[in-house]
Design a binder for this molecule. Structure first.
Ligand SMILES: *[C@@H]1O[C@H](CO)[C@@H](O)[C@H](O)[C@H]1NC(C)=O
Ligand SMILES: *[C@@H]1O[C@H](CO)[C@@H](O)[C@H](O)[C@H]1NC(C)=O
Ligand SMILES: *[C@@H]1O[C@H](CO)[C@@H](O)[C@H](O)[C@H]1NC(C)=O
Ligand SMILES: *[C@@H]1O[C@H](CO)[C@@H](O)[C@H](O)[C@H]1NC(C)=O
Ligand SMILES: *[C@@H]1O[C@H](CO)[C@@H](O)[C@H](O)[C@H]1NC(C)=O
Ligand SMILES: *[C@@H]1O[C@H](CO)[C@@H](O)[C@H](O)[C@H]1NC(C)=O
Ligand SMILES: *[C@@H]1O[C@H](CO)[C@@H](O)[C@H](O)[C@H]1NC(C)=O
Length: 376
């Protein structure tokens, strides 16, 4: 259940992080890695191997001697932040790691994971509640070997400045995100044929403007239960201001009724459930993700195992910025918004996203094949 929610949260969260302009002539994953489309399967395998190795090595790393790990697919390495360098020969001599030594890179680092967790917790539990900063992203980023505090649009806000000043004691990295206007958004250069299939990432419009379809969810009742199963579309909670908001899907100006929001949450976890019992009969729901601008129009959802290493790729499909991919920079991130709402357990990536993408699905490519989409 937890995964289910934080995947949604990611989307809310990345909407103000707009750093990278990605060229869409290729598959988004190929442009992320700077490779040709045909090389994607090989790089996915490298990523899988590194993720596995990352999992193998982590249990041997003492939090007080090491400062986190991340993978780099292009370099084919697992990087290990090393505070106590005399631990390196000990780790290297472990029989469990003998065959992987070429793939391990020990990086000198100053901050132990123990210290990073401590300062992160101090900042979250004491300083955030005391200063109530606005639109701030806080997480431990192993690649920076630090707690990173990123400020959204209010960098000159007095409240935020006081908060930042108070955090300096712990030595975090402070980043100022580009202002909302400065991001480059992709042009709508991939007008699609009219088709009324609803996939993850497609537009839905409620009372707060554009949002995106996340994925299908089914409510199970226990074994004695004989009621019909209920299907929902999952999207972001902040897509509505109240319950029972009606959502439509738009295709070239035509509105198709999707359903009404029957449950939502904005605090801690950001999600909303749209009941689709009365959905327009012409709409067909697909357990897939819209692959905007690619030859394969839909990506089939095969599984929902979350990606698990810093540095692994993660993509999202949204109605505003379409399909983009980025690297995982942190897990367990925290976001405080302007209304004292705090979201937790977030994954931060560096991929392009914007308002309107909210609620859209986040996923990673498990396998990549070049076949025609066979949906009709
Ligand atoms: C991609 O393929 C083209 C032609 O096959 C080649 O010229 C180019 O160097 C390749 N790019 C990369 C990043 O491998
Ligand atoms: C992944 O690991 C397997 C087993 O160690 C190895 O055979 C394979 O060549 C690796 N793949 C890549 C792309 O490095
Ligand atoms: C980590 O190292 C510290 C000091 O070297 C030691 O006190 C602690 O017990 C170690 N922790 C684990 C889990 O091995
Ligand atoms: C670093 O690791 C070595 C080897 O385990 C240990 O003897 C030493 O006490 C450690 N240094 C610190 C500062 O923890
Ligand atoms: C560790 O801290 C020292 C002193 O502040 C600094 O000179 C050095 O660059 C730091 N090392 C890393 C890897 O950040
Ligand atoms: C910044 O923090 C220090 C101590 O944490 C405090 O003495 C100082 O007044 C603060 N400055 C501002 C401008 O708030
Ligand atoms: C951003 O856009 C708004 C209106 O769209 C404008 O008022 C504001 O000055 C712009 N900010 C920057 C930094 O360009």
């Amino acid at each position: 259940m937890k995964n289910f929610y934080f995947l949604i949260n990611l989307l809310l969260i990345i909407f103000t992080i707009q750093k990278h302009f990605i060229i869409y002539a290729q598959e988004p994953l190929a442009s992320l890695w700077g490779i040709n489309d045909t090389e994607i399967p090989r790089y996915l395998n490298i990523e899988k191997n590194l993720t596995l190795l990352d999992k193998i090595v982590k249990p041997f790393l003492n939090d007080s001697s090491f400062g986190g790990t991340w993978i780099d697919v292009k370099l084919n390495k697992v990087f290990i932040n090393t505070v106590n360098l005399s631990q390196v020969p000990i780790i290297k001599s472990l029989p469990e790691l003998k065959t992987y030594l070429d793939f391990l890179e020990f990086q000198p680092a100053n901050n132990s994971l123990e210290y990073l967790k401590y300062s992160f917790n101090q900042i979250i539990s004491i300083l955030v509640s005391e200063y109530k900063p606005h639109n701030i992203f806080i997480s431990i980023k192993p690649k920076d070997n630090n707690v990173v505090i990123a400020l959204g649009l209010d960098e000159n806000d007095e409240i935020n400045q006081k908060f930042i000043n108070a955090t300096l004691h712990y030595g975090p990295k402070i980043r100022y995100l580009p202002s909302k206007n400065s991001s480059i958004l992709r042009r709508a250069d991939d007008r699609e044929k009219i088709q009324v299939r609803l996939s993850g990432g497609d537009n839905i419009v409620g009372d707060s403007g554009l949002c995106s379809v996340g994925f299908l969810a089914r409510k199970h009742c226990g074994p004695p239960c004989i009621k019909r199963k209920k299907d929902y579309i999952v999207t972001a909670g902040h897509c509505v201001s109240s319950l029972n908001v009606r959502f439509n899907h738009f295709v070239d100006g035509d509105a198709f009724f999707v359903g009404t929001m029957v449950s939502f949450s904005k605090n801690k976890y950001d999600y909303g459930l749209i009941n689709i019992r009365k959905m327009d009969k012409r709409l067909k729901i697909r357990p897939s993700i819209r692959n905007f601008g690619s030859q394969d129009r839909e990506l089939l959802i095969t599984d929902s195992i979350p990606a698990s290493s810093h540095g692994a790729h993660l993509c999202k499909s949204g109605a505003k910025t379409k399909l983009t991919c980025g690297y995982i920079e942190s897990f367990n991130g925290v976001f405080t918004d302007i209304n004292d709402i705090i979201l937790i357990d977030l994954i931060f990536t560096n991929s392009l996203s914007n308002e309107g993408d909210s609620g859209g699905p986040v996923f990673y490519f498990f396998r990549f094949t070049f076949s025609e989409s066979s949906w009709h």
